[in-house]
Design a protein around this ligand. Structure first.
Ligand SMILES: [Zn+2]
Length: 499
């Protein structure tokens, strides 16, 4: 049996989770649920990066201890499992999980054993927001182009990782398809980075500059391991990398796919630094690096300072998990940016979920109750004019599989939506109420039977995307032993913009 490992990035927890986190988590959840449904063994992992210096600064601003602060903030992330209906198998927290520190230390030692870690005096401009050094040329008027802040001038002796040694190998792995980077423009971006020359990068900082927070460099307690090294390591440490146990074999070394989902802003770390660290440590590299774009809200960048960030708990509470997941999957183009508004969320949910899918299932079950006493019609004749509807049902599994292989969630949900759309057209075209009135029972049964099959197919294929709605649809369309359907109940009610 094939095993697939699916991870999200681990966000630093200096604030509440926002819609951008939800996008990545829901995308990963869909991949995990879908692959499980095909019989694969799947491990879906999320977590939080507790060791970032940004957490320290946020804790100081809040006037609480760092551990206390990250514990409270991380809880808001783990808690997303409920409002977003996430099925992660594991959630790693880098400050408190015993597996993590031991694993990071082993990873460090493996790279040291390869001769890829060395000490060097370094002076550079460090943006705390990015947790990254910049050259003057990379700044805009002396400021970080992401954060608009003037980076700190840092001068100290640090540990460096010999990244330069891996440029050729990385390039070959990416061009040869061993490491697949999607979409293609991100792959080209990484190749351009490599071709531009890879310089060794600093992988530690003084304990003083880290304010004593983080994992000390093994054998050099005056230095703390660079937060990116620490954070990237979570993909291995959560698999008990420290002891090299069964989880590591099953989910990393022996997995058929090792899929990392991430946002475009951390591409360099995942597609260059991380595979190079793995090569140095003698471990397998990821098979898939899937890169999503950024969301804005009402045209504005999502950030704490802009004050426009919607609260995910409120959003799911007000509009429902199904509506939130549907918007993220249905409207955000793969790899590109998208703008979120409440209006778009509501109109998408009402247009497709309430009026499209919900109304369809309700109509079909209601007609079966009204005309056939609630009993699933036993029919031998084929339904008239049903080619387009049959096609939508027949094609859905292949289209969904293909689209999800490309990480194209819009195309995947479109295949499910097509069944509902064709089924609604079919109701209007065949007019079962006229068949009932005319007493044409053979044709009525054939039509109702085709429509019920369509509703059942929607319940099946919708499951990875909207598990809750899919379960309600499946229950509504499942006949008892006496072929009786449950009475029709509203499955996907219309929603209204809440004040
Ligand atoms: Zn920055």
């Amino acid at each position: 049996m094939t095993s697939t490992y699916i991870t999200t990035t681990i966000p630093y927890v200096n604030g509440r989770p926002h819609l951008g986190h939800a996008l990545e988590l829901v995308q990963a959840d869909v991949l995990a649920r879908y692959r499980r449904s095909t019989g694969e063994r799947v491990r879906f992992q999320a977590g939080t990066d507790d060791n970032s210096l940004k957490n320290v600064l946020a804790a100081e601003a809040a006037g609480v201890g760092v551990q206390e602060f990250v514990d409270a903030s991380a809880a808001a992330f783990t808690g997303l499992a409920e409002p977003l209906n996430l099925s992660f198998d594991d959630f790693i927290r880098t400050s408190s999980d015993a597996r993590h520190r031991a694993g990071v230390e082993r990873l460090w030692q493996a790279c040291a054993a390869s001769g890829d870690l060395y000490r060097r005096h370094y002076e550079g401009l460090y943006c705390i927001g990015c947790e990254q050094f910049y050259t003057t040329a990379e700044l805009t008027d002396g400021r970080c182009s992401d954060h608009g802040t003037v980076p700190d001038l840092v001068s100290e002796e640090n540990w460096f990782f010999r990244l330069s040694r891996y440029a050729g190998q990385l390039r070959a792995l990416i061009t040869g398809g061993t490491i697949r980077i999607e979409p293609a423009e991100r792959r080209n971006e990484v190749l351009a980075l490599i071709d531009g020359g890879l310089e060794d990068f600093s992988v530690s900082r003084s304990t003083e500059r880290a304010r004593g927070w983080g994992i000390p460099v093994p054998g050099d307690p005056g230095q703390v391991i660079y937060v990116w090294w620490d954070a990237l390591g979570n993909y291995l440490t959560a698999l008990d990398y420290a002891d090299g146990g069964e989880n590591l074999t099953r989910w990393w070394t022996g997995a058929s796919r090792r899929i990392h989902l991430l946002g475009k802003g951390v591409l360099r770390f995942h597609a260059v630094y991380w595979p190079a660290i793995l090569l140095s440590a003698g471990e397998a590299v990821p098979t898939d690096i899937a890169v999503h774009g950024y969301l804005t809200e009402n045209g504005r960048k999502i950030s704490k300072s802009s004050g426009v960030t919607v609260d995910l708990y409120d959003l799911a509470g007000n509009y429902g998990t199904d509506a939130v997941r549907w918007w993220l999957l249905r409207e955000v183009p793969w790899g590109a940016d998208a703008d979120f508004t409440i209006d778009r969320l509501v109109s998408r949910a009402n247009g497709e979920l309430a009026n499209g899918v919900g109304n369809l299932v309700n109509r079909v079950v209601t007609m079966i109750h009204r005309y056939r006493g609630g009993h699933v019609p036993a029919t031998t004749s084929s339904a008239p004019d049903a080619a387009a509807l049959d096609g939508a049902i027949r094609n859905a599994p292949g289209l969904i599989a293909e689209a999800l292989e490309d990480f194209d969630f819009r195309r995947a949900t479109e295949a499910v939506w097509q069944i509902a759309d064709q089924a609604n057209r079919y109701v209007n075209h065949t007019r079962p109420w006229d068949l009932a009135k005319a007493g044409d029972l053979a044709e009525l049964d054939a039509v109702l039977s085709a429509l019920l099959l369509a509703c059942q197919a929607i319940g099946t294929h919708l499951a990875p995307f909207l598990p809750e709605a899919a379960a309600r649809i499946t229950r509504q369309c499942a006949a008892s032993e006496t072929r009786l359907l449950p009475s029709p109940a509203p499955l996907l009610p219309r929603i209204a913009i809440s004040a």
